[in-house]
Design a protein around this ligand. Sequence first.
Ligand code: ZN
Length: 814
Amino acid sequence: MRTYAPATTATVLDRLLEEPSLAAAVLHHEVIPERPPDVAPFPDWLDERIVAGLRSRGIDSLYRHQAEAIEAIHAGEDVVVVTPTASGKTLCYTLPVLQALADDPSARALFLFPTKALGQDQVAEFAGQAMASSLQVAVATYDGDTPAPIRSAIRTAGQVVVTNPDMLHSAILPHHTKWFQLFEQVQVIVIDELHTYRGVFGSHVANVLRRLLRLCRHYGSNPVIVCASATIGNPAELAAQLTGRPSRLIDRNGAPRGERHVLLVNPPILDVATGARTSALTHAQRWALPFIRAGRQTIVFGKARVAVEILLTGLREALREHLGPRSRIRGYRGGYLPTERRSIERGLRDGEILGVVSTNALELGVDIGSLDVSVLAGYPGSVAGTWQQLGRAGRRLEPSVGILVASASPVDQYVIHHPEFLLERSPEEARCDPDNLHVLLAHLRCATFEMPFEPGEVFGPAPADDLLAFLGEEGHVRQAGDGRWYWSSENFPASEVSLRAAAPENVVIIDTTPNRPRVLGEVDLFSAQVLVHERAIYIHESVQYYVDRLEWHERKAYVHKVDVDHYTYANRAVTLKPLDVFAEAPATGGRRVHGEVMVASLVTLFKKLKFGTDENVGWGPIDLPELELQTTAYWVTAEAVISPVRGVGGSAGSAHAPGSALADPAPRRLAPEAADGLGDPSASWRRDDLDVALVGAGRALQAVAAVLLMVDPRDLGLVSQVRSPHQESPTIYLYEAMPGGVGLSERLFARHDELVVGAAELVASCSCESGCPACTGPRLDPGIDAKALALRLLRGLGAAATRAPSAPIPARVA
Ligand SMILES: [Zn+2]
């Protein structure tokens, strides 16, 4: 074993790249040159005390993006600031807020962070800045941990209130009369980590903001809204969806940085037949270890708590002899006490801690200073998240290294084979749908409780009267003689709405580990079937829980904390029926459609799979009733692929019994791009082959869709039908796994061509022989070439011949 021998980051990296087994795993090595700072002077109007405070902290000028943001906010413009981690984004909003308070101490500001921990960090940061400026500012967090006696003081005297959307929704808005000082005087609303407000959560938060702005109007205030986000494809659009107002995009980063190396690494395949790979955890450790040995500060990210444990144990084991105290390598994850986390953060900042293994708990804005090396064991699920984790390494003057090690999941494999996806552009979109009817109605109830609606008053897309009349039929809302709509129920509507779930009926998850059981969270019924069935391992903020009991009719799941080496996967049997078509267009090989569907879901058994290898280590039955879900979907039909000359009105294969050939010898279309030995897409199909092709192509489409739309693959359900009873043709459906959907399927419909091409690339570039879990899904029958069949179908659907397997891009950009 090599001993602890200090060396520079660049030297260690060069040495690693000389080792053939590691070098062979590198698919891409990008060198991002160092960049000098782009600065601007402090604006004339900035209060002298604030300027003095900045100078006392060593800040003598602003970066370009800070100056631009501050100027715009000062002029009353909404802005969205999009710059990388550690670029001084926070100053963009703390300075205008300090200025407002310096001008008028009765001014108020509201800061929203997605989690409690981030909010608490922000209070310390803001208080430090205020103190340096010799300004007396009452800044406080208002969250679930705030003690009752302090709450009333914050309500009346808190000048800067730091909270999260859940508290705003359930504790602040419904009690607005107690908060009148805030609502009357609020001048700035800050929404940080904007990119986390997407999907169902984002749709809810957009409606919470509608309620907030409605109350501000009532109290006569007109605050500026400042959003800050990690890099995503559509920041201004997301900000507009969330706030309902246009905002100015500020994305010219003026912060300096040293040279950066970004490596995309694919662990070697062990068995070509099954596609089994070296686990991302083992491989990540091989890259991290030499840097730590050389005394370079290194962070390793694992996706779950158990991954963190495996990495931590492995690294400590390998280092124990020559590195001094074990505490120089630490773990960091959800479930740690705040004091413990603070001590780790401090140790990282002052260099006492050399290595840290973390879940994405450290991904968001927590301040740990800048490290030398960041190694990601697995793709974090979004480009934004990847850059936040890679961005943990980034010295101002010295080179830094970021390494993404792919797992065997199709999503990871797609990303690792598309370096341009991470490096050149940010095509992934964060979206929400504030007008989802379930979500809109839930918040209309809350808004009516907060304040009666005037006749014709707009809430969201249109005047709310029709929806209020609908709520009136339920008996919760009543129209009075003056035409206004009043809340007329004993119920407290906000307590019945969870911002983290789509449907009104949720299963509440109760953690029985502590002496006094506590509510851990909620999941909607559809997700509950697969996530919290009895004996499931439920993962919450990277902590594992075992589900002891699920009381389906009571909508309660009882869980306790565990630490196990496996997770559970429940098989959902789904039947799907289209209800309505919203949009339809011809596409190569068939049609693409966006519409409404009814999904019936039955879950009957689960598997236990080992982390890292996905090895099956057991199973169990699930006894739950069938559920129906009405939602939106995108689907693609392939009638012209299997029978190229038949028109829509033809009797497309109506006589085919199951198992028979689907297409008879019809005239072949010219398909020059397919003459590559993998099969002519327009040749006739055997029914069994078509079945395999649809499943394989569907899996690849699902993975690419999840990547492009920045969602968990589980948010998009997959159904394929060899001969859909409704479409009369082979069809692949991707449906949104939440009632009503949140606009994902509409985007998939629009990006159809990209999806088909991306799916074909994913399958073609996989280094397996004939299909594997990383591309077309687990292999069912070793005799079937799922890879060739899926590719043949995708080419028939318009994917041009894609590059051959094992053609990595070893380019080293200088
Ligand atoms: Zn494969």
